[in-house]
Design a protein around this ligand. Structure first.
Ligand SMILES: NC(=O)c1ccc[n+]([C@@H]2O[C@H](COP(=O)([O-])OP(=O)(O)OC[C@H]3O[C@@H](n4cnc5c(N)ncnc54)[C@H](O)[C@@H]3O)[C@@H](O)[C@H]2O)c1
Length: 249
């Protein structure tokens, strides 16, 4: 059994991970969450400094604010980490790269293998359809804090060129679309777990690639697979590319 320390244990994703852990031959030994709620059969602490249990890996679905403490804790114990939170800034990404010199770090803004396939196909389509206008649309539930979603930004990276400029919504613009723009649009409402669409708009034809998450379990299952994978890696930064290659071996 893989022993997991679950950061963000009382949140929506934390609960999904805990509920599905056994299916993936893993066990949550304890959790960390700023807002401790008693709901699980494992202890949850308000801070990493209070953790007493030994774990093989940390899985984090919380907020970027916890990153410095989490990385310090992981480095001190040589613990591999799965970072599934979204909304990291440049400083956070630099801290992750620095930590990865000492510990294995897996990071993906979307842990779904289906979204990984969407990203791979979107990248190929962008190369095969030069000159097509590209627009990305994402939809999420009304509780999501960051916009656009980390996945939309990941898709943007997959289809953009060095001279591309992102345009986040077009409200108030009074000029025509530039060729090198990629529009990124966010919709928030209801309980949508996550929908992403990459549209390629050419002369007289449109190609649309899309992924629809039917519930959040896909992210939890992906994170548990990533935890098993990262637990046997050397220090470094790892992504869904590495996990996908490992799964098809
Ligand atoms: N990578 C993916 O596939 C994927 C999928 C879904 C959600 N997410 C991301 O995971 C994160 C959590 O999503 P969620 O829907 O579970 O949110 P949530 O708000 O339901 O849960 C977040 C939990 O983290 C806790 N938390 C907040 N700040 C904290 C801190 N500083 N220290 C410790 N705990 C803290 C909160 O108390 C809460 O229990 C978000 O960043 C979300 O965008 C990623």
């Amino acid at each position: 059994m893989l022993k997991i320390l679950l950061s963000g244990a009382c949140g929506r994703m934390g609960r999904q991970v805990a509920n599905l852990a056994e299916d993936e031959q893993a066990k949550i030994v304890c959790g960390v969450d700023v807002h401790v709620e008693k709901w699980s059969d494992f202890p949850v602490y308000p801070s990493f400094s209070l953790v007493e249990e030994d774990a093989d890996v940390i899985v984090d679905f919380s907020r970027p604010e916890i990153l410095p403490t989490l990385l310090e804790y992981a480095k001190a114990r040589h613990l591999p980490v799965v970072l599934a939170s979204t909304g990291y800034n440049e400083e956070d990404l630099a801290a992750i790269a620095e930590a990865a010199k000492e510990i294995p770090v897996f990071r993906s803004a979307n842990m779904s293998l289906g979204v990984y396939v969407l990203k791979t196909l979107a990248h190929q389509a962008a190369q095969l359809l030069p000159g097509f206008d590209i627009e990305i649309i994402e939809k999420h539930h009304n509780q999501k804090i960051d916009a656009p979603s980390g996945t939309a930004l990941m898709l943007y990276d997959a289809v953009s060129q060095p001279d591309t400029i992102p345009v986040f919504g077009r409200n108030g613009r009074t000029q025509k679309r530039e060729k090198r723009e990629i529009g990124v649009h966010a919709i928030r409402g209801g309980t949508v777990p996550g929908e992403h669409e990459v549209g390629f708009y050419g002369p007289s034809e449109v190609v649309t690639l899309s992924h629809s998450a039917q519930d959040r379990s896909i992210f939890a299952r992906g994170a548990l697979k990533a935890a098993r994978f990262i637990a046997r890696q050397k220090p470094g930064e790892y992504s869904m590319d590495d996990l996908a290659k490992d799964l098809v071996k």
